[in-house]
Design a protein around this ligand. Structure first.
Ligand code: MRU
Length: 341
């Protein structure tokens, strides 16, 4: 049994939602405090908080904040605010999942809607931490001693309630002395790998070697990698995996070089209502995230910035959830997992 990381990106303090501002890590450690639903939605849209489970937890608390706003101002349009919150980032299904859970309380007949909303947000928060630790142990069980692994983006404590999905597996495998080497790709353009994954692994004294994404094929081809280990923003009913753009590149290369691909994600990331990855709304962010201050006056240069991609199920060796593991996922195995207790 492994121990949770000390990093908690989301706190509930004095009736306020406090987010560790991930835009400036690791050089600056600031809190972003939300007293309204709108502040939380803006924080999600601006990547103050990011990573599918962390976005879902934030949204659950945000619905509670919105309900408080409605109590104070009967003209407050909570329905419109919930739509704004759900659309803050379209790809990570945990966001819509958490809002939907809270809507069921809003639309129910409890005499204490406010208390129930807060209780459920805290439950979603704690459940995510518990699930990460389970996934860490399940995933580590697939890893042979002496393994060399690579991860992409940040699917760690910062992207969840704590501990992490992909990094939870890496933390557990490390604590079981199974890992010889951990590589992380820097993850353009927001550098979640460089800024967040490397920082949080270093905080836990887990050595990590960064690569630029362009070095991935050299890494898989020349450095005897055993596993690509990633998280997910949405896993479709057929096992297709939506995750940070660049994940599919790694999976295609992994097939070429005989490397296995593990996806660690809680069942709150599984979307049985979406049949396959081609039906998922892939978030496109501003071209400025790529261009920066370059070509400001040059209309001949533009940038395309889809921030997620779809890895077909056939390229995935294992999906690890809190309920258990699916090897070589497909529609039937996904349905059986979701039907299990
Ligand atoms: O754009 P981001 O930083 O929110 O993207 C995050 C990812 O792609 C993660 O891999 C995914 O959300 C899984 S987090 C446990």
């Amino acid at each position: 049994m492994s121990h949770p990381s000390a990093i908690s990106p989301i706190r509930w303090e004095n009736n306020k939602l406090v987010l560790l501002d991930q835009r400036y890590l690791p050089s600056k450690h600031d809190d972003y405090v939300c007293s309204t639903l709108e502040q939380a939605a803006q924080g999600i849209a601006d990547l103050v908080v990011r990573g599918a489970p962390a976005i879902g937890i934030t949204a659950a608390y945000a619905v509670y904040l919105g309900f408080q706003q409605l109590q104070q101002d009967t003209d407050y349009d909570l329905t419109a605010a919930l739509d704004e919150l759900t659309n803050a980032r379209p790809t990570a299904v945990n966001l819509a999942w958490a809002v939907e859970q809270q809507k069921q309380i809003l639309n129910g007949n409890s005499s204490d809607i406010s208390g129930k909303l807060l209780e459920n947000a805290k439950h979603i928060h704690q459940q995510d931490l518990d699930d990460n630790i389970k996934m860490g142990d399940f995933g580590a069980g697939l890893i042979e001693p002496g393994s060399r692994v690579v991860t992409h983006c940040n699917a760690g404590a910062l992207a969840t309630a704590g501990y992490g999905t992909a990094l939870g597996v890496i933390r557990s495998a490390w604590s079981e002395n199974k890992l010889e080497k951990v590589f992380a790709s820097e993850t353009r353009p927001w550098l979640q790998g460089l800024r967040l994954t490397a920082w949080e692994l270093a905080e836990d004294q887990i050595p990590v070697t960064l690569i630029v994404e362009g070095a991935a094929s050299s890494l898989l081809g020349r450095k005897k990698i055993d596993w690509v280990i990633v998280g997910s923003d949405r896993i479709c009913a057929n096992g297709d995996v939506v995750n940070k753009v660049g994940t599919c590149n790694l999976a295609i290369m992994a097939k070429h070089y005989g490397v296995k691909v593990m996806v660690a994600a809680p069942t709150s990331t599984i979307d049985m209502n979406t049949e396959s990855g081609d039906m998922v709304d892939i978030e496109n962010r501003s071209s400025q995230e790529i261009l920066g201050q370059n070509y400001l006056d040059n209309e001949a240069v533009s940038a395309w910035n889809p921030v997620f991609d779809v890895t077909p199920a056939e390229l995935v060796s294992a999906i690890v959830t809190e309920k258990g593991i699916i090897l070589q996922p497909d529609k039937d195995k996904m349905s059986a997992l979701m039907a299990s207790k």
